[in-house]
Design a protein around this ligand. Sequence first.
Ligand code: NAP
Length: 279
Amino acid sequence: MAIVLDGKKLSEKSEEELKLRVSKIKEKTGVTPILATILVGDNPASATYVKMKGNACNRIGMESLKIELSENTSTNELIEEIKKLNINKNVHGILLQHPVPNHIDERKCFDEIDINKDVDGVTTSGFGKMSMQEKAFGSCTPYGIMRLLDEYEVELEGKLAVVVGRSPILGKPMAMMLLNRNCTVIICHSKTKELENIIKEADIIVGAVGIPKFIKGNWIRDNSIVIDAGYHPEKCGDIELENVADRSMAYTPVPGGVGPMTINTLILQTIESCEASLK
Ligand code: NAP
């Protein structure tokens, strides 16, 4: 019987713990953890994600500070907003919703975020520290996946993990986190040759491609651990899950697997940032 890596269930359980943590902070210090969210432009999917993150803050008793900027905001104007949030003592976490409009230098803006408030784990220095196994906030989607694997006590050491996708917010940090847990890691991307044959060898397969059902069920061998980070309007992910879930060792459903863990991890790290600022 395959284990369902149920991100919805774990995130709901975690929310109960986080509610208590927030009420303790408020009771002891009078401080409410605040997550600042920056949304640039009017991409409807991004607006929905920001709204969901704000709602999660509300459910837990935190606050969100919503900053909405127009589509034609320049890189410098966005950096100025980030700098204001960096020095705002009431703000504990900063989320710049990805993707920003094409004319903006997203990397430059991410790297302006104070590493102590980088609760989405997007800065270059945060990635470097995490890779070197130093203390840093993890990139939320891959770190959420690691939390899910740990919750279900999935053994990782020595396994061959194939991560399909190498984006700075997902594929690359995912590969590093698995490497740091003693997996043997292969990272695949759009120029990879013989992708199907590489995937056929995998003990752990992570789909982080952004193309619906791109990874076919028959590329994945029996008893593997199947992680699908993709989410598409058709309510499917990047893996053809229906042809593999039953014969896997463990898999993340779509929806209800990776997605809820991403938001939960953002909230968790904002609370950690708040607690650290009070020490
Ligand atoms: P991205 O920045 O577009 O990166 C996609 C990656 O897939 C790139 O590295 C690209 O390779 C690779 N790729 C594209 N076509 C490929 C092909 N034919 N063969 C092999 N690799 C290929 O996307 P992302 O932001 O990492 O997101 C990936 C997926 O995760 C999306 O479905 C997104 O919706 C989802 N996601 C979910 C969450 C969540 O909370 N659940 C959060 C973030 C993202 P190159 O580098 O060579 O271009």
